[in-house]
Design a protein around this ligand. Structure first.
Ligand code: LIP
Length: 263
């Protein structure tokens, strides 16, 4: 396991935010049958989790900047460190009471992601990684899967929501090409969880367009420290700025990228 002061700060904050989300998930399940539904409640739960993370991380590391899904950018006095925060990644799953969502926290130092935490409060699953220290799932070292062919692989993807209509046609083309090559394809609904599945060897690859930096920042270092590869969909390293990602072990990531680029 990683015993650094930084990882202790990040995991403590994620667990504290997750405690509230786990409580709120129970209420969300009750609200499914209400006429109004849980929409406003989930927004409030999301913001409560983000407030907890902001307070905990600001107290532990004063001066760091923040990029947060709900509150946006907060510039700090320390220009070399930025937290990337998604307090509730997999919001639609949470809204429907589906226990596949995560608190995602990443630290960027001088332009490089150096630490990441992805925590699913519903299952109490903690995925962590720190640059040069390896990647761990519930304190046990994790590695990407060793499968070498797409035909034997399970690959996660992001199906654009109705609101993501700009990505619909491209995704349908990519999915048709992927289905012709890949053993099994899954849509889990949370990018941070998708990347944690790749880092822990449960999924062999993952791709998605139209995601936000805070969705993937922590998952990127999980995969890399677990021995995997991550690029944008042109094969470069601009995942955060291009809002797109392709991840896997070296063989699968290369083959998956090739299928998508030819689609
Ligand atoms: C979600 C991502 C997911 C994507 C959804 C949404 P959110 O993030 O984790 O991979 O397909 O459209 O962007 O909004 O739940 O934090």
């Amino acid at each position: 396991m990683i015993r650094s002061a930084l990882m202790n700060v990040m995991t403590t904050a994620a667990i504290k935010a997750g405690r509230g989300l786990k409580r709120d998930l129970g209420e969300v399940e009750n609200l499914q049958v209400s006429v109004k539904g849980p929409g406003d409640f989930v927004t409030a739960a999301d913001r409560r989790a983000e407030k907890t993370l902001f307070e905990e991380l600001s107290r532990a590391r004063p001066g760091y900047s923040f990029l947060m899904e709900e509150s946006g950018a907060v510039e700090g006095s320390d220009k070399t460190h930025t937290w990337h925060i998604d307090p509730l990644d997999g919001t639609a799953n949470f809204l429907h009471g589906i226990p596949i969502f995560a608190v995602s926290v990443a630290l960027e130092r001088e332009g490089q992601i150096v630490a990441g935490v992805v925590y699913n409060p519903a299952t109490d699953d903690m995925y962590v990684a720190e640059k040069g220290q390896g990647a761990f799932f519930n304190n046990r070292r994790m590695r990407v899967a060793a499968r070498r062919t797409l035909a034997e692989s399970m690959v996660a993807c992001g199906i654009p929501p109705l609101a993501g209509v700009a990505h619909h046609a491209r995704f349908q083309t990519e999915l048709a090409a992927a289905m012709a090559k890949i053993g099994n394809i899954r849509r889990l609904g949370a990018a941070a969880i998708d990347l944690a599945m790749v880092a822990s060897g449960r999924c062999d690859g993952y791709w998605e367009r139209g995601i936000k930096p805070w969705d993937i920042a922590a998952g990127i270092i999980l995969v890399r420290e677990a021995g995997g590869f991550v690029t944008d969909l042109s094969g470069g390293a601009d995942m955060l700025s291009k809002s797109e990602i392709c991840a896997g072990n070296e063989a699968i990531q290369r083959q998956l990228l090739d299928v998508l680029r030819k689609a």
